[in-house]
Design a binder for this molecule. Structure first.
Ligand code: B12
Length: 256
């Protein structure tokens, strides 16, 4: 079982409003296992105008993300659904479908995906920081207290409901840290971005973070995310890795 810091547990028990719990219960089975609340006003105050979302400042906004728990569930869906495998971006579509289903019946004012392009882009790393989900690191990665940088941020939802409880922003991940991510970022900037040749150097920025190492993405997930290698979704590949990747071993359990 992964340990959840006591402060997180207290915060959850005291302030998690019912709609947050409901959404977390609905998206969790799809692998979207991180959900955190913030006041819409806190977000809108902190970000440049083009990223602001409509709604009163006291409305409940929710940031939705995932750990590596998503990957085997996504592969399972790919195995079942050839249409998903053929989509222009299978993972983005999987996330869109899962969240849209989960939002049914909720009073949604706005829902934006992290992959939405301007003018619908949302500054989701800032939102995750303000919501206390993950600290925005000096290397531009969002670092969760337990999962470290091995998370993705997927969507921000605003509900027409008041938020209860105060904002609880993330503790800065760099405090008391030697910041090895900075050297790794410099190395990556030196070699530049090339999805065929240099992507592993970019993974090095995540690997440099001392937090969440036990929650590193599996190799095929890294190839998919960084190198854009869609062969990891091919039926032969899925079958070959079957039991191991698509299973739900203890390391994928117990995540929030
Ligand atoms: C555009 C974008 C990029 C651009 C950034 C350059 C730019 N400014 O245009 C490029 C293409 C370079 C990029 C690269 C990567 N990205 Co990117 N990206 C985004 C995206 C879609 C929007 C960022 C944005 O405009 N934010 C709004 C402004 C207001 O925020 P900001 O705080 O001012 O700016 C942030 C970014 O622009 C970025 N940034 C700005 N300048 C630079 C310069 C460099 C060198 C780097 C590395 C980053 C960077 O960091 C800032 C602080 O976080 C977000 C998703 C989202 N909706 O936020 C994902 C996102 C930030 N990216 C992400 C990832 C994983 C990556 C990559 C690792 C690539 C990949 N294939 O997975 C790389 C490498 C990043 C790294 N540090 O290692 C994840 C981060 C997850 C995490 N745990 O932190 C996000 C959240 C997407 C997701 N689904 O989770 N990305």
């Amino acid at each position: 079982m992964d340990s959840v810091p006591p402060s997180d547990r207290l915060r959850d028990e005291a302030f998690r409003p019912a709609p947050l719990r409901l959404l977390a219960e609905r998206v969790g089975p799809a692998g979207l296992d991180l959900v955190a609340p913030l006041a819409l006003g806190s977000y809108n105050r902190e970000i440049p105008e083009e990223f602001r979302l409509p709604g009163a400042p006291d409305r409940l906004a929710l940031v939705v993300g995932n750990t590596r728990a998503l990957w085997p569930l996504f592969l399972e869906a790919i195995g079942r659904r050839p249409d998903l495998r053929r989509a222009s971006d299978p993972l983005d579509l999987y996330v869109e479908e899962s969240l849209t289903r989960a939002l049914e019946g909720l009073p949604v004012l706005e829902a934006r995906f992290a992959h939405d392009k301007p003018p619908r882009r949302v500054a989701i790393q800032r939102a995750a920081d303000l919501a206390g989900m993950a600290s925005l690191s000096p290397a531009h990665l969002s670092v969760h207290p337990v999962y470290g940088p091995w998370i993705a941020l997927r969507a921000m939802v605003v509900l027409d409901l008041p938020i209860s409880g105060p904002d609880w922003p993330a503790a800065p991940c760099w405090e008391g840290c030697q910041r090895p991510c900075m050297e790794a970022l410099e190395r990556a900037l030196e070699v530049g971005w090339d999805p065929e040749r240099t992507w592993r150097v970019w993974v090095g920025i995540r690997d440099a973070c001392p937090r969440g190492r036990a929650h590193r993405y599996p190799e095929d997930a890294l190839r998919y995310h960084y190198a854009g290698d869609r062969s990891v979704l091919a039926p032969e590949g899925l079958r070959a890795r079957g039991g191991r990747e698509a299973g739900s071993g203890p390391s994928f359990r117990g995540v929030r």
